[in-house]
Ligand binder design. Structure first.
Ligand SMILES: [Zn+2]
Length: 399
């Protein structure tokens, strides 16, 4: 999968050779013809008739003006169930989910409001965001509420003999029975010390909950959290669905840029089954399909240490080189985070000789929502880099 040398620039113009850029008009016509010929529009993933047009970037990350739309439809059951689970893991459990909370990107999330710092989603684990709190004297969990980093409201049990720490996140809707179940699940060894980490305004409902849970329970002195959060760490535990969700973004973007393919072609059967089929297999399959690119997609980022100047964007690129169909997915390149770039090998089409590449930047508006849109998608020039590209890394390190 090496040698993928695509690079894009924010500003259009420049030399595009040897890639040739098709104009918008001719691409539109190609799309149009394709749909007419296809007759009934079959779902990209199953035999049903497709009826919804997928957002390439999951709606949880917001809608982008002028974003390319996938022409091959997806049926509502595939979109809402199987593929929806992939989007959920990407949007809540991985680094992209964390950045989404960090920037308060709530998108068009129709699901029940889930706190990804308190519980996992779609098989992925919760975002473990924590720091050592000097006031409380232990490692405490953090969360982001409305874009603000804050300590999570929780009960903390410290085992006297081993020093082992257990956390139970508290929420206002919790019952004493639920709290009891959570406590029993943790099997805290006696004797232990109990500490409470909460915001002052939460004390009223917490005291009520704790009185119900254990009448007479007292805290020598309620420890309120520190105001300064030092060196927080965040831990991600994602499953195969996360990677399949990333691969789906790449595959769908590729199809928007190479509309001569509907995605049903046999060369894509491997990527389609990877995205679609939920298996209990370990995530070994992931390394066969995708890797981590160690070279920036955006030309401006090639200089070491360069970071975006205040802007926040996602980048998607698609290319065919030597018959190999590739997609590159780079979510959340910002001044706070370099993000990570995945390259997805979609399949090989020996008949496709002409090297071509396309890219889009999905930039968030600096001043918030414009109508329904959180940002806009801009077509970027895709140029072929001269020279070697640093080797890609496996997504999952195996020893
Ligand atoms: Zn379907």
């Amino acid at each position: 999968m090496e040698g993928a040398g695509i690079s894009g620039g924010w500003n259009e113009g420049g030399i595009l050779l040897p890639y040739t850029r098709t104009t918008k008009t001719s691409r539109f016509r190609a799309n149009y013809r394709l749909r007419d010929n296809r007759g009934m529009a079959k779902c990209l993933y199953c035999d049903s008739e497709g009826d919804t047009h997928e957002h390439v970037i999951p709606a949880a990350f917001g809608e982008f003006k002028d974003a390319p739309r996938l022409l091959t439809p997806v049926c509502a059951p595939c979109n809402g169930q199987r593929l929806g689970l992939l989007d959920e893991q990407v949007a809540r459990c991985g680094p992209e989910g964390f950045m989404r909370e960090f920037y308060g990107v709530t998108g068009r999330d129709h699901h029940a409001k889930v706190n990804p710092f308190a519980r996992g989603s779609a098989g992925g684990k919760r975002l473990e965001f924590s720091t050592f709190d000097r006031e409380v004297g232990v490692e405490v969990n953090l969360e982001i509420r409305n874009g603000v980093v804050t300590q999570m409201c929780e009960l903390i049990f410290v085992e006297a003999e081993t020093g082992k720490v257990h956390h139970i996140p508290l929420k206002e809707s919790m019952t004493a029975d639920e709290l009891r179940t959570e406590f029993e699940r943790r099997a805290v060894a006696k004797p232990f010390e109990t500490r409470l980490s909460c915001h002052p305004h939460e004390q009223v409902w917490i005291e009520k909950l704790l009185q119900e849970y254990s009448p007479g329970m007292t805290f020598s002195e309620p420890k309120l959290m520190s105001h300064v959060i030092e060196k927080p760490t965040v831990k991600f535990q994602v499953g195969e669905r996360y990677y399949r969700g990333i691969a789906k973004i790449g595959f769908h973007y590729f199809l928007t840029q190479f509309p001569a393919y509907s995605g049903h072609e046999p060369i894509f059967s491997r990527i389609r089954s990877f995205i679609y089929e939920d298996t209990k297999e370990p995530i070994r399959r992931v390394n066969e399909i995708m890797n981590m690119r160690q070279h920036p997609l955006l030309q401006e980022m090639i200089q070491p240490g360069v970071r975006p100047n205040g802007w926040k964007a996602h980048f998607l690129a698609a290319e065919v080189a030597g018959g190999v169909c590739l997609a590159h997915v780079h979510m959340f390149l910002t001044e706070d985070s370099p993000g990570q770039i995945y390259t997805i090998n979609l399949g090989t089409d020996p008949a496709n000789h002409e090297p071509k590449g396309y890219a889009h930047g999905y930039r968030y508006y600096p001043d918030g929502k414009h109508g329904q849109f959180l940002g806009e998608a801009v077509a970027l020039t895709a140029i072929r880099l001269a020279g070697a590209v640093p080797p890609a890394k496996p997504v999952i390190e195996t020893h």
